[in-house]
Design a binder for this molecule. Structure first.
Ligand code: FES
Length: 577
């Protein structure tokens, strides 16, 4: 298998004003690594390397790269791994979301700059897969996604533990005085017992599932644990497939990210009890292919598509159980009535082909049936109202049923810092039926839209046994969290969204069934407060240099995927603030 002009090593030559010299020069240098002319004459499959000592979610990347390389070479092409930025949730300041677009840009430019005919992107931690798909869609080079896969579960005193739903649950117990520091230290060593991504239905698992549903990864790619041999076999098969695509030149991401596949992803997002972050990332990935995502259509699907996956935080099981139950093909078989089965897959056929081969696992309880779902409605509802003119999101599958319709007194925090400083104060005037409001935590406000929307229950209420309250903000929350929490309010407070003018003592009404979130102060008062806000000086320090300045100037709101305005492909919506 040899390549022609503008393929393999001949592709994207460095500009020295003499193409023949550029190729000679390139080959002379790469031969320093011991490559033969035979190797350098093959189609090239690039492989992203996101390994980092800071990133346990990508801890198996070296083995996966080795497996992908084996697959590429079995198919007669040349694998070339290259580094890109690596982002881990716990090691990214101010937030990993702040850096997602940087990772997408870095990955896109490295794919563009270096000669490759197809690419395998290997990633897992929350922002990695969306950034990689955004990049691949922007270049529109044939691409196969290989998720790093979920961790296996942990165990503590007879209980099964999972990062990080149980991190939060057990931390709440610690705050309420039900666990001591010694036990928490032991638990800290058991919550994440292997490399790989969080094994609950957090953002990482959500993204792996919807990416498989969109046909961007091979069947079964989402759920196989990171440390299983099957994970490496999937990597090998992905390498082989990428080598074929390097020759044929298709399917390209633009052939896979279509209105049909985006709708399929929305169905799956509702049915898996997916992370709220999943919607932001889906909008961003689709935006790079010029496919707009209709939030109201997503909400309507939520009324029809039940939650079928019995996984934390909505249910009780973990990703490895989902894998043993048949993974995504088995789940999608159950969802057949809602899906476009003809949507193409990177595997070469259609989504329906993988479903037809789906396993049946007797006795499993990870994938429920349409006749006996985990929840009758989908995971998420899109809210509107005078507090969220461009929408807000609630993960109703992980909320308290008794709070789904609730009116309460607002207790307002100006920022994440203000909330952190005051939430546990014994002097805080807060009661169980109040609505906790936090603002200036959106895409621009914080900046980076931190996962701070899961406001802790104030200490004095937690100790009195209060487990949940209505909490609203322009922030995000971890997909692993549980509670009656309204997120992603758009526009955010920092750009003058109505959240900016809520005062402590105002009454707020949440009605999830009616899809409403309202500030009950009357239209005249609302307009007068909004007009006054506009005349205030900026509430925050504006970035003046570097990536932070680019982010400040260009980041879009949550309902537009928080991408940069200049990176969307024609066709996707954008509103500049
Ligand atoms: Fe990486 Fe959860 S911290 S997936």
């Amino acid at each position: 298998m040899t390549v022609g002009k503008n393929k393999g090593m001949n592709k994207g030559l460095t500009n020295y004003g003499d193409d023949e010299f550029s190729l000679f020069h390139r080959k002379a240098f790469i031969k320093a690594m011991g490559y033969s002319d035979d190797a350098l004459d093959r189609p090239i499959v690039g492989i992203t390397n996101t390994f980092s000592d800071y990133n346990p979610c990508q801890g198996n990347v070296p083995e996966l790269i080795e497996s992908v390389k084996r697959g590429v070479m079995l198919a007669g092409a040349l694998p070339m791994a290259f580094p890109t930025i690596s982002i881990h949730e716990s090691f990214a300041h101010p937030t990993s979301m702040f850096l997602r677009n940087l990772m997408a840009m870095d990955t896109e430019e490295m794919i563009r700059a270096q000669p490759m005919d197809a690419v395998v992107v290997i990633g897992g931690c929350d922002k990695t897969l969306p950034a990689q798909v955004m990049a691949a869609a922007s270049v529109d080079l044939p691409a196969v996604v290989v998720p790093t896969g979920p961790m296996v579960v942990g165990h503590h005193r007879g209980e099964v533990l999972g990062a990080c739903t149980d991190c939060r649950r057990l931390w709440s117990q610690f705050r309420a005085g039900k666990k001591d520091e010694d036990e928490m230290a032991v638990i800290g060593g058991r919550l994440a017992p292997s490399v790989g991504t969080c094994m609950v239905m957090g953002t990482a698992s959500t993204m792996a599932c919807i990416i498989e549903a969109m046909g961007l990864s091979l069947p079964m790619s989402a759920a196989v644990p990171a440390v299983h041999a099957d994970r490496r076999r999937i990597a090998e098969a992905s390498g082989k497939r990428a080598a074929e695509m390097a020759v044929s030149g298709e399917p390209r991401p633009s052939q896979l990210i279509t209105a049909s596949s985006v709708r399929n992803a929305m169905v799956v997002l509702q049915a898996i009890g997916g992370s709220t972050n999943g919607l932001i990332h889906l909008i961003a990935m689709a935006g790079r292919a010029g496919v707009p995502v209709d939030m109201d259509a997503f909400d309507r699907l939520g009324r029809e598509v039940p939650v079928l996956l019995n996984m934390k935080p909505s249910g009780s099981q973990y990703m490895e159980h989902f894998h043993h139950a048949g993974g995504m093909p088995a789940l999608m078989r159950e969802l057949e009535a809602f899906l476009d089965l003809s949507a193409p897959s990177v595997s070469g056929g259609a989504i329906g082909d993988a479903i037809a081969r789906a396993e049946t696992a007797p006795g499993q309880d990870a994938i429920r049936t349409l006749a006996a779902p985990l929840k009758k409605e989908g995971a998420m509802a899109v809210l509107h109202g005078n507090l969220a003119p461009r929408g807000a999101l609630i993960k109703q599958s992980a909320a308290s049923p008794e709070l789904m319709r609730h009116t309460g007194r607002a207790v307002v925090f100006e920022s994440v810092e203000d909330m952190t400083a005051r939430i546990d104060s014994p002097d805080l005037d807060v009661r169980a039926g109040d609505v906790l409001v936090m603002r200036n935590a959106g895409p621009k406000g914080a900046p980076g839209m931190p996962e701070a929307g899961y406001l802790p229950i104030p200490m004095k209420l937690a100790r009195a046994g209060v487990k949940d309250m209505v909490r609203i903000s322009d922030a995000r929350m971890s997909g692993t969290a549980f509670g009656t929490i309204v997120l992603h309010i758009a526009p955010e407070a920092a750009v003058g969204g109505p959240l900016a003018i809520v005062r402590t003592g105002d009454r707020i009404e949440l009605d999830v069934e009616a899809r409403r979130i309202e500030l009950l102060i009357g239209e005249a008062e609302m307009q007068s407060r909004l007009a006054a806000w506009k005349n205030l000086p900026p509430h925050r320090e504006m970035a003046t240099r570097g990536y932070a300045k680019l982010y400040e100037d260009c980041v879009l709101q949550a309902d537009e995927g928080c991408d940069f305005d200049f990176l969307l492909r024609e066709g996707a919506a954008k509103t500049k603030y």
